[in-house]
Design a protein around this ligand. Sequence first.
Ligand code: PRP
Length: 209
Amino acid sequence: MNTELTIALAKGRILADTLPLLSRAGIEPVDDLNTSRKLVFATNRDNIKLVLIRSADVATYVQYGAADMGVAGKDILLEHGGEGLYERLDLKIATCRMMTAGFKDKPLPRVRLKVATKYPRITRQFFLDQGRQVELIKLYGSMELAPVVGLADIIVDLVDSGNTLKANGLTPLQLITAISSRLIINRASLKMKNRAINEVVAKIESAIV
Ligand code: PRP
C-alpha cells in the first residue's frame, strides 16, 4: 500500500511555474487546475493528491499537517515564521524581489514613517535592523495605491517586472530580500512518511531548472 501524500499548491502566479515543475517530476493532475473550481485534485500518481489554496495559507496548511508538503513563496514563509515545517528546496521559480517603494525624490519623514504592506512582520524587522520605528499599515492587496492617496509614505511589496509600480508613479527604493518559491514539508510527516516524501523530494529536486 502506497503512503498517501497531500501537496498544497498556491493559486495565482506561482501556479503557472509550479505545474510544469511537477510535470517534469512525474506528477500530473488529472483535471486542469487553472479552469476547475475544485480545490482537491487527484493526480496520475495514486497516492498523491494536490490541494489548491491561497498562497498566504500554504505555510499554515503544512504547519498543521493538513498537507504533507507545499509550494510557498519565501515571502509567505518569512511572514509565517516557519513553525512546524522544514524548508527543503529552493525551487527557483516565481522569482522576484521584496522591496520598499515610494515616490522618486520625495523626501521621507524622519519620524513616524508610514509604511503600508501585507508583510508586517518582515517590514517591522527590516526597519528595526536599521534602528527605525515605523508606523505599519496592514493591507491585503493593491499596496501601490497607498502612497498615491496619502495613506502611507512608502510600501513594502513584491516587485517583478516593476510595471505595477511604474503604472502608479512609484519607484523601487530599497531591496529587502530576493524571493523565490520553496518546497516545504510538515515536520511530523517527514518522520512518519519519510520514504514517500524523500522519493517525491528527489524527483522534484531533479526537475528544478
Ligand atoms: C504582485 C505584487 C505587485 C505586482 C508586482 O501582485 O503585489 O502588485 O505583483 O509585479 P510587477 O512588478 O511585475 O508589476 P500580484 O499580481 O501577485 O497580486 P496580489 O496583489 O494579490 O499580491
